[in-house]
Design a protein around this ligand. Structure first.
Ligand SMILES: Nc1ncnc2c1ncn2[C@@H]1O[C@H](COP(=O)(O)O)[C@@H](O)[C@H]1OP(=O)(O)O
Ligand SMILES: [Mg+2]
Ligand SMILES: [Mg+2]
Ligand SMILES: [Mg+2]
Length: 308
């Protein structure tokens, strides 16, 4: 039955189960306590959880979609993975959805999958566990249209390990699942930004908005969740450092819910397979119902010039 379902919907349905399995691997590695931290660059860590979660996602998706371009943050080799890391079942709720007409005839060549096996690595190593997400983004003809965000430690302070975690998905033109959206308050301005990759440009920009509150938290996935939960109006990161695998899934899910994610000039990023990986012009994302262009206009001129 799944074979009759259009590729994009099938991919989201497979990504929901694969991302959930990857989240279990991330929790198991933390419980064992051997993180195997490697420094990839300045302020840029990788752990055994990043490597193992990526191998789980890569093996699971490439087995089912052998002709698809799949790009993962950790760029790991395709070595053997434990058989119980390969999950090939689909989420039935996603499969039963009506696919928007524009994606019915999409072929393998039109699609690139962007995988961030563990977003918020710095925070993971510091025990800020609910900042961690697993991101699977699906781009079609260069646009971020589908996404899965799995938060393996959602509710970890209040429920047992079998009950913690949540997985949400979105497809532009269809909507979202696994999540109840909320609007941010109308009487105050709340911004969210990086906690581990801040600099003068970030702080100058935030000051220009005169916010009532700034939530400095980890992860691109986590910050977009805050926008969709009504806990912040905008996610502002006027700096280099984020990459396509950080923003593809969050952009798609946020767009599907009515929000927007662009560079700081208000222009969309491209996600085709030849694109450069870094998001060189920063990130600006706004919640549904928030005027994105008014945020673009308030970014200080010198910051725009530095990221042009
Ligand atoms: N300078 C950087 N070097 C490496 N990764 C970065 C950098 N800045 C941002 N990122 C990635 O973007 C995510 C969002 O940024 P931040 O948490 O600082 O708001 C980070 O969790 C990290 O993803 P990852 O943890 O998957 O490597
Ligand atoms: Mg990383
Ligand atoms: Mg990331
Ligand atoms: Mg990562």
């Amino acid at each position: 039955m799944a074979q009759n379902v259009p590729l994009v919907l099938r991919l989201i349905a497979s990504s929901v189960t694969a991302a959930t399995r990857a989240g279990k691997i991330i929790r198991d590695i933390m419980s064992r306590g051997e993180l195997g931290i490697v420094e990839k660059g300045k302020n840029d860590l990788q752990t055994e959880a990043d490597r193992s979660a990526e191998r789980c996602l890569m093996a699971s998706l490439s087995q089912q979609y052998p002709n698809l371009t799949i790009i993962g943050e950790e760029g790991g080799s395709h070595c053997e993975v434990p058989s119980d890391w390969i999950v090939t079942d689909c989420d039935h709720n996603v499969l039963s959805q009506q696919c928007p007409l524009e994606y019915i005839d999409i072929s393998n060549n039109d699609v690139v999958v962007w995988i961030d096996p563990l977003d918020g690595t710095a925070e993971y190593t510091q025990g800020l566990l609910d900042h961690v997400t697993v991101l699977v983004g699906i781009s079609v003809k260069g646009k971020a249209v589908g996404g899965v965000i799995h938060q393996p430690y959602y509710n970890y302070q209040s429920v047992s390990s079998e009950l913690m975690g949540r997985t949400l998905w979105g497809l532009v033109g269809l909507g979202i699942g696994g999540f109840q959206r909320e609007d941010p308050p109308s009487d105050r301005l709340i911004l969210t930004t990086t906690r581990s990759h801040s600099n003068t440009m970030v702080n100058t920009t935030l000051d220009a908005f005169k916010p009532d509150e700034v939530l400095r938290v980890g992860g691109a996935g986590h910050k977009v969740l805050l926008l969709m939960e009504g806990k912040a109006h905008a996610y502002i990161f006027p700096s280099k450092g984020c990459k396509k695998w950080d923003t593809c899934a969050p952009e798609a899910v946020l767009t599907a819910i009515g929000g927007k994610l662009t560079d700081i000039h208000g222009n969309a990023y491209e996600y085709h397979k030849g694109v450069e990986h870094p998001n060189l012009r920063g990130v600006l994302a706004t919640a549904r119902g928030v005027d994105h262009s008014s945020f673009v206009k308030k970014i200080p001129r010198e910051v725009c010039d530095a990221l042009s």
